[in-house]
Ligand binder design. Structure first.
Ligand SMILES: N[C@@H](CCC(=O)N[C@@H](CS)C(=O)NCC(=O)O)C(=O)O
Length: 225
């Protein structure tokens, strides 16, 4: 397959995980090629995609000769690699601020994204993963407990997790809050203003249009377009 003209190509649309790199690329104002691979549709069998991804998971990101999956890793790579002195989405590597930031990213991915995916698998996709009311209820509780920790970190009307600068950690958190809202998992009222303010970011809106197309929404909701 030919390299993308910009060297950057992103495989996958239609889920909170694929949304993350689309959003970061939009924040950075980078041109890239999108391949509209929608999970659990026949285009997951696209021969170019299956040739690249033995794992069969989206998002998958190519940048020159680099190819990485894992949405959080892609976003961190983009923010670090294309770091600009005008607007940075990450504290400098090796600083205490960066350690606090990375702690939040791991927390969000393991304590928030992971329970949401348990709910997705065992409530949303029972035909593949099996139905489990116990696992789903426990995951909802667990997610709620994690949002309490976020509430503590966002005290004093901070506009972002690290104070007033929007970072990768905020991007990851917002995608989990949206995901929870989409599947009717309650989130604390105190996070509403934070979440609504982030939704005003132009890049968030650009990425929403790119990632949540009518076809991908139909697939996510299990309704034919
Ligand atoms: N931890 C991974 C999760 C990737 C993942 O599970 N992607 C889903 C879409 S959200 C997928 O490709 N599912 C297809 C399948 O499991 O067959 C990430 O954050 O990128």
């Amino acid at each position: 397959m030919k390299q993308a003209a910009t060297g950057r190509r992103l495989w996958g649309i239609g889920t909170p995980r694929t949304f993350r790199p689309h959003w970061m690329l939009a924040e950075l104002g980078l041109e890239y090629e999108t391949r509209d691979i929608i999970t659990r549709t026949s285009n997951m069998e696209d021969s170019d995609f299956t040739a690249l991804s033995k794992r069969g998971k989206t998002p998958l990101y190519e940048d020159g000769d680099l190819m990485i999956g894992e949405s959080a890793a892609i976003v961190l790579f983009l923010a670090e690699h294309y770091r600009s002195p005008i607007q940075s989405f990450l504290p400098k590597i090796g600083t205490k601020e960066r350690a606090r930031h990375d702690e939040l990213c791991f927390f969000i991915m393991t304590e928030m994204d992971a329970p949401l995916y348990i709910i997705r698998r065992h409530a949303g996709l029972p035909e593949i993963y099996g139905e489990s009311i116990v696992a789903v209820d426990a995951a909802r509780e667990y997610f709620l407990r994690s949002t309490k920790e976020i509430e503590r970190r966002l005290s004093d009307d901070q506009s972002s997790l690290l104070g007033d600068t929007f970072t990768v950690a905020d991007l990851l958190l917002k995608t989990c809050l949206d995901w929870a809202g989409f599947i009717h998992v309650p989130t604390p009222e105190s996070l509403s203003a934070y979440s609504a303010a982030i939704a005003e970011r132009p890049a968030y809106q650009v990425a929403t249009a790119k990632n949540f197309t009518p076809a991908s929404m139909a697939a996510l909701l299990g309704t034919p377009e």
